[in-house]
Design a binder for this molecule. Structure first.
Ligand code: ATP
Length: 458
């Protein structure tokens, strides 16, 4: 293994231990400092930065309680909570080691150690310190970017009564730490509302982390959400920090929560309930402080009745519920949204004088918008790109579903229309599902779920 540029500090009152540690670690790590007097710890950590500290448990002759080690550990962790400290314990002192891990030690080695084990433990702690540093840097970058971009936060457009209710709910709930469940069809703006709650909350300087639960496979779920230790399973070559830990201090947005299997729901519930996670391959719990905002297009109450969704999880996540209506149920917002997207894309594609004529606007208001606002956004973008002159007319909008809002009451009919719209889009795009999804304003997961629902095979 190549030598890594790491600063390691070893503290032990036994000169033999210090000598051996130096000899064992020197080939692998660029700088090894040894110290026999723990009273020097404060001076050393105030004047140097160590990637890993190896700390003995007892210093006074004859002492075996480990109290001194725990005292110095607390002292180090209080000054720098990110510091990686490995405790050196005598054989049989597992209880003490556990206590040390609770205080914040990253690992422990039993004395007398096996050389390879010592090298591997220091190396793992070094890797962890690097990834924690990266996460901190990313969080700082994110928060700086947010400050820079704060003024350009996407505006939620809408003046319908239902949107006004949503704005008022967002205002009331944002500053609390209550968990929020956002319900609505695909493309109605659930993620936008989740971001708005975060941006208006006391957590706004911290991160907003999104997890698309519909896209996570059963076997990667735990590692994705809670992280894993190096070597926890075959592909776990490095330690990984999960989304819960990444969102610490901020907001965790759990999208498509209705798509979780019962087994995954149980694991998620434990983490939300106890506000702590256990990494895969580890038995130590890590506290996490993140506000949960979840979203789904599924009817969770019905899923509870059918035994497909845990009732206790539903009550954990739905302290406050926000229902986002379909676009066809708030047609008065369509002209506002259409002009909003027209402004954005007219600027982007340098066609500033474009406008939508009256007939075309009426046509847009009659369309059933199965892909909701995302579909409208894409329809406007496409029309702007294809426009030949300054006016967007009805024929500029290639809407594959010609149903008017007057027909939209019948959900069986709606299903038929949706099925045929998806089939047509797939056929038009010669079986390319991604392109069909894009055209309809749907995500890939969503189109596959709908294909499954309507038995569309390609
Ligand atoms: N009220 C709104 N005003 C302006 N833009 C909106 C509004 N609602 C949604 N959008 C835009 O529509 C697109 C889809 O919104 P979003 O991703 O928030 O929907 P969603 O309900 O989370 O979708 P999905 O269920 O497919 O994940 C985004 O580009 C978003 O910016």
């Amino acid at each position: 293994m190549n030598k890594v540029a790491a600063n390691v500090l070893v503290i032990d009152d036994d000169p033999d231990v210090l000598h051996t540690a130096r000899v064992v670690l020197k080939p692998q790590f660029s700088s090894i400092t040894v110290e026999s007097n723990p009273e020097q710890i404060n001076y050393l950590i105030n004047h140097n930065q160590y990637d890993v500290i190896l700390l003995d448990m007892n210093y006074t002759t004859g002492a075996t309680s480990g109290k001194e080690g725990l005292f110095w550990l607390k002292n180090i962790i209080t000054k720098n909570p990110m510091q990686q400290v490995i405790m050196m314990t005598a054989y049989g002192d597992i209880k003490l080691a556990v206590e040390a891990m609770k205080i914040g030690a990253s690992d422990f080695v039993v004395k007398p150690w096996e050389n390879e084990k010592l090298q591997a433990t220091v190396y793992a702690a070094y890797n962890l310190s690097q990834s924690k540093k990266e996460v901190e840097e990313l969080k700082n970058k994110n928060s700086n970017l947010k400050k820079l971009l704060g003024s350009t936060e996407e505006t939620i457009i809408g003046h319908s009564a239902s949107m006004k209710n949503i704005f008022s709910a967002v205002d009331k709930v944002a500053s609390t730490d209550a968990n929020v469940l956002i319900l609505g069809d695909n493309g109605t703006g659930k993620e936008m509302i989740a971001r708005s709650i975060h941006n208006r909350s006391n957590r706004s300087a911290k991160v907003f982390i999104k997890v698309d639960l519909g896209a996570i496979s059963e076997n990667l779920f735990e590692s994705e959400l809670f992280g894993h230790k190096k070597g926890a399973f075959t592909d776990a070559r490095e330690e990984r920090i999960g989304r819960f830990e990444l969102a610490d201090g901020g907001t965790l947005f759990l999208d498509e929560i209705g798509n979780l299997s019962l087994a995954m729901q149980a694991k998620l519930l434990t983490a939300i309930q106890h506000k702590e996670i256990v990494k895969v391959g580890n038995n130590v719990t890590t506290p996490v402080d993140c506000r949960i905002v979840a979203a789904t297009n599924s009817n969770l109450l019905q899923m509870v009745a059918e035994g497909k969704f845990r009732e206790d999880l539903l009550y954990r996540i739905n302290t406050v519920e926000i229902h986002v209506p379909r676009l066809r149920d708030r047609t008065e917002d369509i002209p506002l949204l259409a002009n909003h997207f027209l402004n954005i894309y007219a600027q982007k594609y340098r066609k500033p004088t474009l406008s939508i004529n009256k007939k075309a606007m009426e046509y847009l208001c009659r369309h059933s918008w199965p892909g909701n606002i995302r579909e409208l956004q894409h329809a406007i973008e496409r029309a702007v790109i294809m426009a030949d002159d300054n006016i967007l007319r009805q024929e500029n909008f290639l809407l594959s579903n010609k149903m008017t809002s007057a027909d939209s009451g019948d959900s069986i009919n709606m299903d038929k229309v949706e099925k045929s719209t998806i089939e047509k889009a797939i056929a038009k795009n010669k079986g390319n599902i991604s392109k069909a999804a894009k055209e309809l304003g749907l995500g890939r997961t969503t189109i596959y779920r709908k294909m499954d629902k309507y038995g569309i095979r390609y």
